[in-house]
Design a protein around this ligand. Structure first.
Ligand code: HMG
Ligand code: MG
Length: 299
């Protein structure tokens, strides 16, 4: 299939990136990160989560972060929510969109959201019902689409089943999470072959963690299937607190560089994005995980 001419980047750094940081990050730094991303023309920013603060303390101040950001009218500021309580907090804080998050692994679902897959889907139904009434779009995540940190390899048919259920309930798209970053393009091809037997490709987004350094290759494979939404995290921030050893998402800078090279439009200003990634890395006292940022900064 021909590569798409345009791709939407969903920037998950302020949520997936920061949620795993053990040192508490200043609220002003979170706000500056989100504002900087919007200034770099990132059109969709997952700006925080409204989960139980005891489970993920770093996201406990998402309400304040959402209310302090300087909003650009066309930018979508979305929030991760696990249940109706989280949804209500997100809407109160002014989230434009919410994302619910399930998994294709029973063990991961239990560890991450303390219930079975079936129970999680039941909870999500309540969120979607409320969101429909408020006219708020709902995105769905499916974690562990290739492998689970507790169960090993995952059957693509289960991923398809959970994805179909999320879409059937009213999610406008499902983001496929390689939570522990082990997939290779062969896995991506196998997975998308199974999923696209019943699901339209424009309903699927990809979310690769880069633990094994395969994320860009996997994105290229997904582009060849016609995927047009890619999740990534500035400076490659992140990991999942309930998937030990999983590294951050693929760096947004590296994805934008790849897409620029393929003449696929993202609308993102790469130079500004690199500055944002360098700033948050220095605040966190970490080296920037984006190869492109490092190459261009050290030039
Ligand atoms: P639970 O303890 O089973 O919840 O947690 P509960 O319903 O029994 O309630 C217990 C207490 O939590 C109650 O308070 C509730 O009010 C409170 P108490 O009465 O004891 O004082 N509570 C909440 N408080 C604030 N906001 C809420 C909320 N919900 C309940 N929304 C729950 C169940 C799902 C809430 C919990 O397990 C949780 O918060 N999990 C979140 C874990 C998480 O954030 N993981 C990381 C994100 S997933 C990810 O990174 C993967 C992804 O990137 C894709 C990929 O890479 O694959 C998306
Ligand atoms: Mg993730």
């Amino acid at each position: 299939m021909a590569l798409p001419s345009k791709v939407k980047i969903v920037e998950v750094g302020p949520r997936d990136g920061l949620q795993n940081e053990s040192q508490l990050i200043e609220q002003a730094d979170k706000v500056a990160l989100i504002n900087g991303l919007a200034e770099a023309n990132v059109s969709h920013i997952e700006a925080g989560s409204f989960v139980n603060p005891q489970w993920v303390p770093q996201m406990a101040d998402s309400e304040a972060v959402f209310t302090r950001i300087q909003r650009k009218p066309a930018t979508i500021y979305s929030a991760l929510v696990p249940n109706l309580q989280g949804y209500e907090r997100a809407i109160q804080a002014g989230a434009n969109e919410v994302a619910i998050f399930g998994a294709a692994s029973e063990s991961f679902t239990e560890k991450n959201i303390n219930c079975s897959i079936k129970e999680s889907l039941h909870r999500f139904r309540d969120v979607i019902k409320a969101a429909k009434a408020d006219d708020i779009p709902v995105r769905g995540y499916v974690s562990c689409v290739v492998a689970c940190p507790y169960e090993g390899a995952i059957d693509a048919a289960i991923v398809r089943d959970v994805s179909e259920q999320l879409l059937g309930m009213g999610c406008y798209e499902v983001s496929l999470g390689d939570t522990i970053g082990v997939a290779t393009p062969a896995d991506v091809n196998r997975l998308l072959k199974v999923l696209t037997s019943t699901i339209a490709i424009d309903k699927l987004a990809v979310h690769f963690h880069d633990t094994y350094g395969q994320a860009l290759a996997n994105i290229y494979a997904a582009l060849q299937w016609g995927v047009t939404t890619i999740d990534s995290s500035v400076a490659g921030l992140g990991g999942c607190p309930y998937a030990k050893g999983a590294s951050g998402n693929v760096a947004t800078e590296d994805v934008v560089y790849l897409l620029n090279g393929l003449s696929i439009e993202t609308g993102i200003d790469l130079e500004k994005l690199i500055s944002v990634g360098n700033l948050i890395s220095s605040i966190l006292g970490k080296s920037n995980q984006s190869k492109v940022a490092n190459a261009k900064t050290n030039r």
